[in-house]
Design a protein around this ligand. Structure first.
Ligand SMILES: [Zn+2]
Ligand SMILES: [Zn+2]
Length: 575
């Protein structure tokens, strides 16, 4: 059994994540929880991506240091993910000494193997600040619409993408003096030189790891059209120093170091656990024969994970654990328009925590509708319908009616079964359970989840048709068999939903006096209940308590929520 190394795209630090952003961290969590329950040696790595212009400029606007800004937002992210019960092995940050060491190490190897080149370009220089200005440090008149709101990278009014040298009447945003064009040098990674190696790897990896077709196509298109030399240095202060003479005032471009963050965050975890973190990194990241790497990202991030990051690893000459399977989700859209961090449209992590609706209900909705092959539209009505009909009407109902029956007719003791009476029944159950396992093994999270609800429907149908409330008088042995089987299905469903709804799963097994045997958050196995228990009708004796799992979403509450989240985040927090 190979180890499972799991990552989700590192969220950029300086914003509050919305539901659409949460899909990736949650998806990787579901997969990691499944792998742990299944008995794989598993590591789930994530953290905030902290360097770059966006952080530096936002910090300047707020009058604080980039470090302070990152501290503030790291906490926002961390709180939200804890609330959602995401069981990271580490949720760290990229602004650490380990990250600097790992990034510089990979750069040095790329340089030594001849994949780094130097180019002289003309760039705006501010003599007031004595520095070259990164795009966002220049403002001026837009050459297209003449608005005065144009930044070096884009016009804020007409949206045109710009190069800072195109701006009319450019000004330094720091000191307002007029910058002049001067020559400067930057470092580039020579991707064309890595093309053959990359193509060979991509062909093999995409077929072995069952990549989605959109990922394969996008990567091939990128190699065909986009494989040029790319600048990896920038004129900023908030970033990783470039370990090369002549580059003392520059740092690495954030796209170069962001993916390397997966490796350095693993190093931070090694530090936490004691011993040499480098050995811990090697154990996971330099073990391609023993480890499978699964990465969960949004579709806009595909080329960074299939082309750019692999190129850095291949060019370094070391034997890295490379991408095995990539799960790239589509977008979740919001009823009144696209989710947008910059415009504040949608339901944000901080909002979700205030709705009074438990984390598992959100997790249910996200995975029941996970945007895998196409985008999905979030509406409050759909949220209410799916929760009330499937989560409560199907799954919640099965748990409730089965355990109530045991309490009412058997005084809480699980009845014994007739011999061989239930072979056909268990054949069907096993068929559903195998479908869930097979789909989860391939990280097909939505399909697997739907099979759980199919199993629950089948169990409800069995209950309905068998009419045990009548049978208990006429054929008590048959009634006992049915109830015993249904009780074990309830236990099995708790196992099957643990990756998706960990609190509900723990609550269900607690009705039998059992536990998954761990904290629900930031945890490491081993569990008392495992995936191997599925389909085995032993291990539970009694129903020790039972409660209603989920509260129905009423029209009035949903109408209030729709109203409350109709504006944008800024307006809402101003209230
Ligand atoms: Zn414009
Ligand atoms: Zn200046």
């Amino acid at each position: 059994m190979k180890r499972r190394l799991i990552t989700s795209a590192l969220p950029y630090v300086n914003n509050v994540p919305h539901l659409g952003n949460l899909i990736q961290v949650l998806s990787a969590d579901v997969f990691a929880r499944f792998c742990r329950l299944r008995g794989y040696e598993t590591l789930y790595i994530c953290g905030t991506d902290e360097y770059g212009t966006a952080t530096e400029t936002k910090a300047a606007e707020d009058g604080i240091s980039p470090r302070e800004l990152c501290d503030r937002y790291f906490k926002v992210h961390d709180d939200i993910y804890r609330w959602f019960n995401i069981a990271f092995d580490i949720f760290g940050r990229t602004s650490t000494p380990v990250h600097t060491e790992v990034t510089q190490g990979i750069f040095n190897k790329l340089d030594a193997h001849g994949f780094i080149s130097e180019q002289v370009i003309e760039q705006l220089y501010c003599s007031g600040c004595e520095r070259f200005l990164a795009d966002r440090y220049v403002r001026g008149l837009c050459p297209a619409c003449s608005s005065g709101n144009a930044r070096g990278d884009q016009c804020e009014d007409c949206g045109k993408l710009l190069d800072p040298t195109e701006l009319k009447d450019p000004k330094c945003t720091i000191c307002a003096s007029t910058p002049k064009l001067e020559k400067t040098k930057h470092l580039y990674i020579n991707l064309p030189k890595l093309k053959d190696r990359l193509e060979l790897w991509l062909k093999e990896a995409s077929s072995v790891g069952h990549w989605a077709r959109n990922a394969v196509q996008m990567s091939q298109a990128w190699i065909r059209d986009g494989l040029r030399e790319r600048a990896i240095t920038r004129d900023l202060k908030w970033g990783i120093p470039v370990p090369k003479a002549g580059y003392e005032n520059k740092v690495f471009y954030v796209w170069f170091d962001a993916c390397i963050g997966y490796i350095s965050l693993t190093g931070n975890l090694g530090e936490e656990r004691g011993g040499d973190w480098r050995n811990f990194v090697d154990y996971w990241w330099k073990s391609p024969e023993e480890t499978l790497l699964f990465q969960f990202i949004g579709k806009d991030n595909i080329p960074f994970h299939t082309v750019i990051f692999p190129s850095s690893l291949l060019g370094s000459g070391d034997k890295w654990t490379m991408l095995h399977h990539m799960s790239s989700s589509e977008y979740l859209n919001y009823e009144s328009g696209k989710f947008s961090k910059s415009r504040g449209v949608g339901v944000f992590g901080t909002d979700v925590m205030e709705t009074g609706i438990p984390a598992d209900v959100w997790r249910f909705y996200i995975f029941y509708n996970r945007p895998e092959k196409s985008d999905y539209l979030f509406t409050w009505k759909d949220f209410q319908d799916k929760v009330n009909s499937e989560l409560i009407g199907n799954l919640g109902n099965l748990v409730n009616r089965t355990l109530s029956f045991v309490n009412r007719y058997y005084e809480g003791k699980i009845p014994a079964a007739e011999d061989g009476a239930d072979d056909e029944f268990w054949k069907t159950v096993t068929m559903y359970e195998d479908k869930v396992t097979t789909a989860l093994d391939r990280a097909e999270l939505k399909d697997a989840f739907h099979h759980v609800f199919e199993l629950s429907s089948f169990a409800n149908k069995t209950f309905q048709e068998a009419e045990p409330w009548k049978k208990i008088q006429e054929e008590p042995a048959a009634a006992a068999s049915i109830i015993r089987n249904l009780t074990y299905i309830v236990r099995d469903i708790a196992i099957l939903i643990e990756p998706y709804m960990p609190q509900a799963a723990e609550q269900i097994v607690s009705f039998f006096g059992l536990s998954f045997g761990k904290d629900l958050v930031y945890t490491k196995g081993p569990e008392k209940i495992s995936w191997d228990d599925l389909g085995k009708t032993k291990g539970i004796e009694r129903v020790v308590k039972s409660e209603v799992l989920f509260a129905k979403l009423e029209d009035k509450a949903i109408a209030e929520l729709r109203n409350r989240f109709s504006g944008n985040l800024k307006d809402r927090s101003a209230d």
